[in-house]
Write a protein that binds this ligand. Structure first.
Ligand SMILES: [Zn+2]
Ligand SMILES: [Zn+2]
Length: 174
């Protein structure tokens, strides 16, 4: 398994004094997304993200915006599926705080792990069902063929006869 791509922002290089803010744009490489047993990839894998950072007396506040195009298999029929998302996320890090709730899990010393943050933010923004089309009909439960462009009449399969009834049929023959 390849190493997870890493994109890190050095906060000290933003040179922000208290009360100041800065907006930077940078490409953020996104690792594949695992969802419902399937793998989804961002295309491009390095979308251009916008980071707004502002410095407060107690730490930093961040806002991340990132457009992503995701591709992978439809969760019902496995045909190719794609979706576009405009991901937005916010983080606060109060470096002096003892309380872990006020620390951002993506900030370590002067480094903001924007790659991991962006990955998590996209994960949260993804719908639970990724489909090739709204209301995808999925696969026929009897023969496993895709149902979307199929004639429903071709999938009215004979249901197997309940073995208990089959046994009764045998009895009648005697
Ligand atoms: Zn589908
Ligand atoms: Zn069928």
């Amino acid at each position: 398994m390849p190493a997870r791509p890493e994109t890190v922002v050095d906060l000290s290089r933003l040179n922000l004094s208290t009360g100041e803010g800065k907006r930077i744009e940078l490409p953020v490489e996104l690792a594949p997304f695992e969802l419902g047993g399937q793998t989804y990839l961002a295309d491009p894998t390095k979308p251009q993200a916008r980071l707004e950072a502002s410095r407060h007396s107690s730490g930093f506040a961040f806002k991340l915006t990132l457009p992503v195009h995701i591709e992978g298999p439809c969760m019902r029929c496995l045909d190719p599926a794609a979706l576009d998302l405009e991901v937005e996320a916010r983080e606060v890090d109060q470096s002096s705080a003892e309380d872990a709730e006020l620390r951002s899990p993506y900030v370590d010393e002067d480094e903001l792990d924007i790659g991991r943050w962006a990955h998590d933010a996209v994960m949260l923004a993804l719908p639970t069902q990724i489909l090739c089309r709204p209301g995808c009909l999925g696969l026929c439960p009897d023969c496993g063929e895709p149902l979307n462009d199929a004639d429903p009449a071709q999938h009215e399969h004979e249901k197997p006869v309940d073995p208990r009834w089959a046994a009764l049929d045998d009895l009648k023959l005697e």
